[in-house]
Structure formats: structure tokens, C-alpha cells
Ligand binder design. Sequence first.
Ligand code: CU
Length: 409
Amino acid sequence: MPLLAPGETRSYDFEARPGTHWMHSHVPVQEMQLLAAPLIVRSQEDLTADRQEVVMFLHDFSFKAPDEVLAEINGGHGGGHGAGHGGGAVPDQGAPMGGTGAMQGMDHGATGHGAMGNMPGMGGMMGMGGQMGGMAMDLNDYDWDAYLANDRTLSDPEVVQVERGGRIRLRVINAAAATVFWIDTGSAEGRLVAVDGHAVQPLPGNRFGLAMGQRLDIEIDLQNEGGAWPILALREGARERTGLILATPGAEVRRLDAMAVSEAPAFDRDLAQESRLTALDALPDRPVDRSHMLMLGGSMQPYVWTINGAVWGQHQPITARSGERVVLSFHNMSMMAHPMHLHGHVFQVVGLNGRRVAGALRDTVHVPPMSMVDIALDAGEAARWMLHCHHMPHLATGMMTEFAVTASV
Ligand SMILES: [Cu+2]
């Protein structure tokens, strides 16, 4: 669609599907200027259940103009490499890979500089977290000025009044341009009940992660005493954090530092969280009509990210006919994770590093470095659908292709 011109009004109608969704400009620099909002569609059950709904909308924010931010990232001066180490630049200690400086400063969660394996030998090293046989990976490529929860920082967070013993449905939306967060509910034990607006088998815990574009619904049963419970969003691989506070009337709310004592780990390098998710309403079993492999590539220097070796405008579309069962296999051959988002469809995660699973229904799936994720979907309306990485600087350099659905015969 052409961009909405200044002053123009355009109307759309669509079937509202219950769940935690959001809307945003698809121009990266506009999304980075916070042109985004939650879109919560309530089910009948949401309307009648005795629980309080709390939305947590997450952003990363820079006082600089987005073009300037992108230029700094493209120029390799993003500063994010040293983010977990007081923001200082980390010198290039790694041996060059493929003759580039792609490994510069990739020290997050890793210790073995210079001990990198060869690319072909890496398959056997999958699933070793932030470090693969001494091989380090990139987490954050930019140090933002602030991390926001509902547009506020922890120096003045939103305090949501809650009832003693109440039940909360926390709807978390990661609207950040380039930041993966862990949601830490602390002493308020939760259970993950939906991802990307789709119910999953409830998964108990107090720490769940989400990449850009993804959503988490977490149910929390508060204790019967009064009190205050911070719900924190921790920047992966770094000490920065944001969040909001759930508090009963009159409870003392302590101020929290926007910098944690220690770094949060990398998110889901081994797909441990994804592998624990099971859709409540799985896709019906049926034969696969069409499969596509999508190779995700790119590097920090030059800062270019590709799908099947091409950037936006140069690619061959990924094709399907309406109604076909399609499997897309994302194979990440790069050293950064890519949250891959398909427009206009709901898909099910069906393969993790070659292992078949009956995973979550989603519209955005996090593909860690040197990992493979397979998704299945039924091709929908005949149209040209965007398929892209939800990391805005990656998208801005062209990490977007087209899922072209044609009418069924
Ligand atoms: Cu990406």
C-alpha cells in the first residue's frame, strides 16, 4: 500500500481476533519515534473473568533522530557492543570471520575471544547459550538513551493499583526497535498463557522473554497481603531495565534503579523457552503442499542483513497459493538473532533446530544465531504479504521479503 499522505484518511475493516496485538508504522524511522500503540481485542471470557488487565508496552528510545541512530549503527559506532560493560567500546579482539570485522566487540556472554570455530563446523555447537565453543554473538547493536514501559522509565514508573489476592492478566508488548526483553515478575509468580495473542498451555514461571514484535500474556495471582510487586523488563545481555509496579492501596513503593546489579542473559539462544510452548489450538494436521528455506544472513560490518542473500527490492518472492499448507524454514546463518514476522497470517512453530515440535501459534518468531526454526501456516488471502525481521535497523537495511500468495486454482 502507498504511504498514508499527510492529512489523508483511509479506512480498513477486518475481523478482530481476540488477543494482545499492536499497531505501528511500518516505516522504521517512524516506529523508532514511537508511532505505535497496543491493540487489545477482548474475548467473551476476558469480559466476564474476575481479573484485572494490565498492559505493558515496551520501547527503546533515543533522543537522537532515527536517521542519525541508523547512521551510527550502519557506521559501526552504535556503542551497543559495550553496553553491558559500562557503555565503553570494546576493542576488536576476535579473529576476523570471512575477512570482515563482523565479530567486533561480540563479547556478550562469552569469554573465549579468538577461539572461534569455522563456520561449517558450527552445526554441532548449537544450543550452547550465548557462547558456542568460544564463539560469541551479537546482542545489542545500539545503546538507547532510555528503555520505556508505558512511556516511562523506572525513575518514575507507572504504579498500577491492584487488589490483595487479585488476579492480573499482564499483556506485554515488545514495541522496541532493537531490544529483546526478559519480563521478570519477581516474587509474584506467574504463568505464561498466551504468545502473540494466541493461547498456549499455561507455563509457570517468573521470567519470560520476548523479542521485538512479540507479545506475552502472563497471569499472576497476587498474594493476599498488601504490597508492591515490580514487573521488570530486563534488556538482554545488559544491565538496563524498565518496568511498572503493581501495588495495593497504601503500599510502600520503593524506587528501583534503572540499572540492575548484573547483566540479564541472552534470550533463548538454545530455544529453551520456545521449546516449552505448546499451542492450545494447534493447526489441523494435514500434508505440506509447499516448503521454502529462508537463509538469514548478514553482518555488523558492513551493516547489512539479508534473506536468501538479498535485500529488499532484489529478492525473489516466496510464493504460495491460497489455501496451501506451507512450511517456511528460517535458517539463521548470522551472528545476531532475528525476530521474523509474517504479515496477514498466523503460523505454528513446528521445528526447532531440526526437531519436530507442536509449538506455539505466533506471528513473530525469534530465530537465534546459527539456529533453525520451521513454521507451518495455511496460506491466506491472495495478496503480497511482508515477511521481515522485526529488528528495525535490520529491516531498514533491507531484511524484508515478500510472501506472495496467489489465488487457488
Ligand atoms: Cu534481524
